[in-house]
Design a protein around this ligand. Structure first.
Ligand SMILES: C[S@@+](CC[C@H](N)C(=O)[O-])C[C@H]1O[C@@H](n2cnc3c(N)ncnc32)[C@H](O)[C@@H]1O
Length: 185
């Protein structure tokens, strides 16, 4: 089975949480990485890695001492990444992103430089969204950046209610076309 058909199968099974019919394109990957200064990125958190398209690129660009904590709710995607990516800098967590603070505390981490989120904000429950974003705001402080892609501008108001600065860019070279937000306080 190809990567795309595996992804589509997971979309059919977990429609409410996967939120996309295929993995992100390399163009969207590039746009998601663009706000990151990898020289200053000691701790990166990834939310919703799916089959690991951004995970691989982050690990490729991260410095040798940096750490990546990736939260994936789907068991199938978690198993896929576990079987295909072997890197000591990656801490892969098979749980919901709203338990972010709990897992970071276990790792002794209280400050994050970047959050790279693929969470489908349009379909996940409000209480999960609130908890995730509040934790991200707290952990990113004034120097960190929250990067999020979405297929519409529906999340703009929510993100503006959490972050002082919310910028976005549009990429048509993805199925479907996507907006990439870059948010900071
Ligand atoms: C739109 S897919 C993106 C996958 C991949 N990053 C990409 O760009 O191709 C969204 C991902 O978020 C995951 N997800 C949804 N809700 C989640 C949650 N509460 N915590 C962690 N992951 C979640 C889904 O299982 C899925 O892998």
């Amino acid at each position: 089975m190809t990567k795309k058909s595996k992804f589509f199968k997971e979309f059919i099974k977990e429609r409410k949480t996967v939120g996309a019919i295929s993995p992100s394109s390399r163009f969207l990957t590039r746009k998601m990485m663009a706000p990151i200064d990898f020289d200053k990125a000691d701790v990166i958190v990834e939310l919703g890695p799916g089959n690991g398209v951004f995970t691989k690129e982050l690990l490729l660009k991260m410095n040798p001492k940096a750490k990546l904590l990736s939260f994936e709710l789907s068991n199938n995607f978690y198993e896929h990444i576990n079987a295909n990516i072997n890197d000591d800098r990656l801490v892969l967590i098979n749980d919901s992103a709203d338990r972010l603070e709990h897992y970071l505390a276990i790792e002794g981490i209280h400050k994050v430089d970047y959050v790279v989120s693929s969470l489908p904000l349009a379909v996940i429950p409000n209480e999960v969204k609130e908890k995730v974003l509040n934790s991200c705001v707290k952990l990113l402080g004034e120097d960190g950046t929250y990067i999020q892609f979405q297929y519409s501008l529906n999340a703009r108001k929510l993100l503006q209610s959490k972050f002082k600065e919310v910028k976005y860019k549009f990429t048509v070279v993805n199925i479907p076309p996507a907006f990439v937000y870059s948010c900071s306080n």
